[in-house]
Each structure stands twice: as C-alpha cells, then as structure tokens.
Design a protein around this ligand. Structure first.
Ligand code: UDP
Length: 262
C-alpha cells in the first residue's frame, strides 16, 4: 500500500528506479477503484467509493422540503452538498468543525453535478448530498463528485447523465493521471477535471501548480481517457443493481404465480 501523507516528509523523488510511481503505477494508470450503491439504509440513495486509499460515502435525500426555508427557490429545486472529512481521515487530526476547504469543496461538487439534474422540475424543494470522507489520500474532490453522482442515480433521481471526475497533473516533470496525496503535495501541478457525460462538457477545471499552457491539450486527452474508465465503473455498478432488482422481481412474480396455481 502506498504510504499516506506524513507532514513535511515528502520524498525527493516521485518515481522509483524502475520508472514506476511510488505506488507502482505507470504514468497513466488509475489507482484501484471499487464502487457500491445502496449502502446506507436510511438514505433515499447512497454510494460508497474506494479509490486507492480514499474511502468515501455519499448519501442523498430528496426531493424534500428545504431547511432553512429561506433557501427555497419558487421556480426550481436546490442542490445542497455537504462534503466533510472525518477527523481521523488524515494523518494530522483534522479539526471536527467544517473548515473553509470543506465549504469550498462542497460548493465545487454541487457546481459539477447541478448541470445534470432537472432542478427546474422541482420548485421549492431540495436535494441534499452528504459526503463523508473516512480516509483521504489525494483527489477527494474528484472522488466525491464521482460518488455523489452515483448516489443521486441510486436514489432514482432523473439525471441527464452521470458525472465523473479525476485529477491529472505533473510530478518530477512527467504528466500523470490520478495523483495520490503525496503526488498532489510534492508534485508540480494538479488539475482536477469533471465531465458531464450527456454533453461531454467540462463541469470542473481547477489548476494548482506550475505548467506550460501548451501542455493543456495533452492533459485533457489523458483526463478524458481516465474519465471514460471511471464512467464505465459507475455504469457497471448501476447496471448490476438493476439486474439484481429485475431478478428479484422475476422470482417474486414466479412465487406469486405458483401460489395462484395452488
Ligand atoms: N489533506 C490533509 N489534511 C487536510 C486536508 C487535506 O492531509 O486538512 C490531504 C488529503 O489527503 C487530501 C490531500 O491532502 O486528499 C489533498 O487535498 P486537496 O485540498 O488538494 O484536495 P483533494 O486533492 O483531496 O481534492
């Protein structure tokens, strides 16, 4: 397992002698990703994501009454996202109260996802997405966007498409995909990108670091390739859920049919 961030102890080199990254990945390789839906019984929809060392839950409620009431909009629904990092999710105990970074990431995730919802069809209501990062190791805003979109789909909320996100960047002068925590801190550039699949538009593009503008196109090409892999995992998880439901309904119907015959 890749070492987690330990404050002020960044390695000098982010590539090993054998040319691999510290966690053994090649430049364009994603960390292992595992997703599940329907993991929280008390939510309308939910999802869980393990992405490398990141472990993140998302729970969705809505459409429902807006609290506090003054946030309600008469002509459309509102999407509210609450991104939180557990106190134990990082090496140096995170303060339990939500900080500026958490508020900013909540806003970013909401902005990334809002374009795929039909909020105009739900006046006066809210959709709320609660994101809990249990373990953090770089790229949690991208992972949170990805798992939040999946939880909304699990809740059966009409969506134009899913949203996927990934960070690309530069470490030791080389372009890489899906930066880990150490790579994010010790590398030269970090570029989180989200895509709304129904129109293939970029709904998030942030940039932190040092990079030549002429490299942008290559970053986008690498990101698109990675995003397609992430999207496929999201779709596969949802497909599995519906196949299971279909199977259960069929079994129920067969049972009912048998009872009718008796
Ligand atoms: N991090 C941390 N303590 C904090 C906030 C972040 O150790 O209070 C770590 C965590 O692993 C996070 C990484 O730094 O994933 C990068 O944080 P950043 O703010 O760049 O957001 P992210 O890459 O998670 O979207």
């Amino acid at each position: 397992m890749m070492p987690l961030i330990i404050k002020d102890e960044y390695p000098e080199k982010l590539f090993r002698e054998d040319g691999k990254r510290l966690d053994g990945r090649s430049e364009k390789e994603l960390r292992p990703i595992k997703m599940e839906v329907g993991v929280i019984q008390n939510a309308d929809g939910s999802a869980y994501l393990e992405w490398g060392n990141n472990k993140i839950y998302a729970a969705v409620y809505g459409p429902r009454e807006v609290h506090p009431h003054h946030l309600a909009k008469p002509d459309r629904g509102v999407l509210r996202v609450f991104y939180r990092m557990a106190t134990f999710s990082v090496f140096d105990r995170k303060r339990p109260a939500p900080g500026r970074r958490e508020k900013e990431i909540s806003m970013i995730v909401a902005d990334c996802i809002e374009p795929v919802l039909f909020l105009e069809l739900y006046p006066g209501t809210s959709f709320e997405v609660f994101i809990e990062v249990m373990d953090a190791d770089g790229g949690t805003r991208c992972a949170s966007t990805t798992v939040a979109a999946l939880a909304l789909a699990d809740a059966g909320i009409p969506m134009k498409s899913l949203v996927s996100a990934v960070a690309v960047g530069k470490i030791d002068g080389k372009k890489v995909v899906d930066l880990s925590g150490i790579e994010d801190k010790a590398g030269e550039a970090d570029l989180p990108i989200a895509i709304t699949w129904y129109n293939e538009e970029v709904s998030l593009l942030q940039f932190d670091g040092d990079m030549d503008l002429s490299e942008m196109n290559e970053f986008l090409i690498d990101a698109k390739e990675a995003l397609e892999k992430i999207h496929k995992i999201q779709l596969d998880v949802l497909k599995r859920k519906y196949l299971k439901l279909q199977e259960e309904t069929k079994n129920e119907e067969e049972k009912e049919g048998k009872k009718g015959d008796d």
